[in-house]
Write a protein that binds this ligand. Structure first.
Ligand code: UDP
Length: 239
């Protein structure tokens, strides 16, 4: 069996990944498909931390557009990520993967608080750690959380799982027939060209800390394992 290319990964799952076709809410059968793949990767001995988004339930920007104070709406978004994390934990444990959820905002009845050294210890012991609550700060995103946690736990890579998009394109391939897919990019390319990979705060943090990412299609079964084993799918973004 091939040695996995990456030993410790941060898997970024958007909230939409848990919602299925409708794009809203939480669909346990959809989550189960993802969790079975995570289990396969876990069985390779890869240490897995997951950062989960909340866009399937609530986004701060949407609240702001509807007249709410941005920070207040963002805290609601952070809470949405906690619901997703608990759903993921439930399904992962059902398929036999040991997990811990750590929240950046303390909620001790339902999860541990985020403690970096403790998170690393869990990973070393073979537990999948799910980071919930984003960074714990409004005006940030869960993409930025992925970059931050990846730097903190010394992850080898961020696996940016996308819904029905197989990498980074020069333009939206659904709207522009001439759009080309990039095999490799630098974080600076992403920022300078304004490519839709992650927000600019997340890209800057990844660039400054030399964290590579692989952007790939989550909806193609087996892709998480393919990326971890070093197969050249999707788009790789480096420092
Ligand atoms: N959020 C935040 N700070 C963070 C992470 C997230 O305020 O550090 C809020 C923000 O309102 C965001 C929402 O949580 O819109 C959901 O996160 P995100 O949009 O990153 O989720 P995804 O698009 O990955 O589902």
């Amino acid at each position: 069996m091939a040695e996995p290319k990456f030993k410790r990964v941060v898997l970024k799952l958007s909230g939409e990944a848990l919602a299925g076709d409708v794009g809203f809410g939480i669909k346990p059968p959809v989550i189960e498909e993802i969790c079975k793949e995570i289990k396969e990767v876990h069985e390779l001995g890869v240490e897995i931390a997951i950062v989960v988004g909340g866009g399937n339930i609530w986004r701060g920007q949407v609240g702001e557009q509807m007249g709410m104070e941005r920070a207040q709406a963002d805290y609601m978004g952070m809470l949405a990520t906690v619901m997703n994390a608990l759903a993921l934990q439930d399904v992962l444990e059902n398929v036999g993967v040991p997990t811990r959820v750590q929240t950046s905002i303390e909620m001790r009845q339902i999860a541990e608080q985020y403690i970096r050294r403790r998170a690393v210890r869990h990973l070393e012991k073979g537990r999948v750690v799910i980071f919930a609550g984003g960074t714990g700060n409004p005006y940030f995103s869960t993409d930025t959380t992925s970059a931050l946690r990846a730097a903190e736990i010394n992850a080898d890579v961020i696996l940016m799982a996308k819904n029905n998009v197989d990498g980074v394109y020069s333009a939206d391939p659904k709207l522009d027939a001439d759009a080309i897919k990039f095999e490799e990019l630098t974080h600076l390319d992403v920022i300078a060209k304004g490519l839709a990979v992650m927000d600019s705060t997340a890209s800057s943090l990844s660039m400054d800390n030399d964290i590579p990412l692989v952007v790939f299609n989550l909806n193609e079964p087996g892709n998480i394992k393919r990326v971890v084993e070093g197969e050249n799918i999707g788009t790789t973004v480096r420092g």
